[in-house]
Write a protein that binds this ligand. Structure first.
Ligand SMILES: Nc1ncnc2c1ncn2[C@@H]1O[C@H](COP(=O)(O)OP(=O)(O)O)[C@@H](O)[C@H]1O
Ligand SMILES: Cc1cn([C@H]2C[C@H](O)[C@@H](COP(=O)(O)OP(=O)(O)O)O2)c(=O)[nH]c1=O
Length: 202
């Protein structure tokens, strides 16, 4: 009997802007493929139709908070059904840059109830097999993304990012969560994440 193909792992990378998510997701997916694992690198907002609308709105003008939240949920439903679940069932690991924890954080900072956001998302989106929480002091993160905007904008941005950092850390005790200090070098962080991912895969 041919061996049942093992289901892929959903590996999620979260953290505030500037913690190194995009860098780490690419390095981890590349490293897994280099050792013969099937791995898909992906992101939310996704590259699907609703994700494209959301990304365009970041520069062309934001939706109202309610409309934006609905669009994130539409994007995630389509992404889960058409991309994530099929890949996992085919035995492919999905290494994801942002997921519903970012909804809890950023739409939570926008006034929505964080617990409700989690409940709504977990009613249709599978929990991750591993969640890497890239953690970094907000001021260090702002240094990295180089946005030293005008004073008012900076305080507002800093407060929102602190709220987001606290939301990400609020799930650190879940069995699938791994908090990663993001102040060391990119290579040091990558080595730690790869080791933790391989421990779950094998
Ligand atoms: N561990 C790190 N140490 C120093 N700089 C980093 C580190 N990780 C990422 N960076 C830099 O910070 C910036 C944001 O990285 P990026 O991967 O885009 O983060 P994110 O996707 O979380 O916003 C980039 O210029 C990147 O080179
Ligand atoms: C996935 C997701 C992202 N976002 C926000 C976080 C980012 O500011 C923005 C775009 O995501 P992204 O392209 O990852 O921006 P960045 O490179 O700055 O991380 O969308 C939400 O507000 N809610 C969500 O559910």
């Amino acid at each position: 009997m041919d061996e049942q193909k093992k289901r892929g792992l959903l590996i999620v990378v979260e953290g505030i802007d500037g913690t190194g998510k995009s860098s780490q997701v690419k390095m981890l997916a590349d490293a897994l493929r280099s050792i013969g694992e099937d791995a898909l690198q992906d992101r939310e907002p996704s590259d699907g139709p609703f994700g494209k609308i959301l990304r365009a709105s970041m520069t062309e003008g934001r939706f109202s908070p309610d409309a934006e939240l609905e669009m994130f949920h539409k994007d995630r439903r389509q992404h889960v059904n058409d991309v994530i679940l099929p890949a996992l069932e085919a035995g492919t690991h999905v290494v994801l840059d942002r997921y519903y924890f970012s909804t809890m954080a950023y739409q939570g900072a926008n006034g929505f109830d964080v617990a409700e956001l989690r409940e709504t998302n977990e009613s249709f989106a599978p929990a991750p097999d591993i969640l890497f929480i890239l953690d970094l002091d907000v001021d260090q993160a702002l240094e990295r993304i180089g946005t030293r905007g005008d004073e008012a904008n900076e305080f507002e941005q800093r407060d929102a990012l602190q709220f987001c950092r606290d939301v990400f850390l609020s799930v650190k005790d879940e069995s699938y969560a791994r908090v990663i200090d993001s102040s060391p070098s990119i290579e040091t962080i990558h080595a730690e994440m790869l080791k933790l991912a391989l421990a779950e895969i094998h």
